[in-house]
Design a protein around this ligand. Structure first.
Ligand SMILES: [Zn+2]
Ligand SMILES: [Zn+2]
Length: 221
């Protein structure tokens, strides 16, 4: 009975191959090189009706307010906040997701729970729900959702009605739109040296635009 055995072996090998394929395809998305993107997104977190304060030093990659100079040596630079501005996420590499961003703040996101850095956990249940909205549209979880330029994102936990959540959504800031050079676009090259000096973040864009990787420890001044 040689033939059935060969078939069985083939089927097993095929299943192993498929398993490996799905395993590999489920691996974390690869992030682009530092500076492969430069996008901004406004966001807010509400817990039981209270806006959470992300404008704390501990959530910043850089608290140095000397005009937004960024330290490119830190590990969380793919998506981060700086200048004590907790309304705005800066994304500096393609593929950076909200889950990635929050993980750099020691905050864990799942569709049903948000676990904060100090250990508090807010999970859907007992009449309260954790909900996510991108540009006013409800989405099921955010962890794997890539940060996109000008997206307005809200995470809200509580028992608010849709109307209540609409009120919360209306409080999301509009800072991304006002950012000079929303992307790593040649547009930033059009700025005069004076403008660049005034906006060192724009200067950083220029550096990121020309360098695939930035040596560790280099201050992007
Ligand atoms: Zn930025
Ligand atoms: Zn930045």
């Amino acid at each position: 009975m040689e033939k059935p055995k060969t078939w069985k072996l083939l089927v097993i090998m095929l299943m192993l191959g498929l398993g490996l394929y799905f395993f590999l395809s489920l691996q974390k998305p690869a992030y682009g090189a530092m500076g492969s993107a430069h996008e901004h997104s406004d966001f807010k977190l509400y817990i039981n009706g209270q806006a959470y304060n992300f404008s704390q030093a501990k959530y910043m990659t850089e608290t140095d307010n000397s005009g937004g100079v960024e330290n490119c040596a830190t590990g969380s630079v793919f998506a981060h906040m700086h200048d004590l501005d907790g309304n705005l996420v800066h994304k500096h590499a393609t593929g950076a997701t909200w889950g990635y961003f929050f993980s750099t703040l020691n905050i864990t996101l799942s569709p049903d729970c948000i676990a904060m850095d100090m250990g508090e956990k807010y999970c859907s249940g007992n009449g309260k729900t954790l909900r996510f909205f991108v540009n006013g549209k409800e989405v099921h979880g955010l962890a794997d959702y890539e940060i996109h330029n000008l997206d307005k994102v809200i995470i809200t936990f509580g028992n608010e009605t849709d109307e209540g959540i609409a009120t919360q959504i209306a409080t999301i800031t509009d800072e991304a739109r006002m950012r000079a050079g929303g992307t790593c676009a040649p547009r930033s090259l059009l700025q005069t040296p004076q403008m660049q000096a005034q906006n060192s973040h724009a200067k950083w864009i220029l550096i990121a635009h020309f360098q695939e990787t930035i040596p560790p420890g280099l201050q992007c001044a």
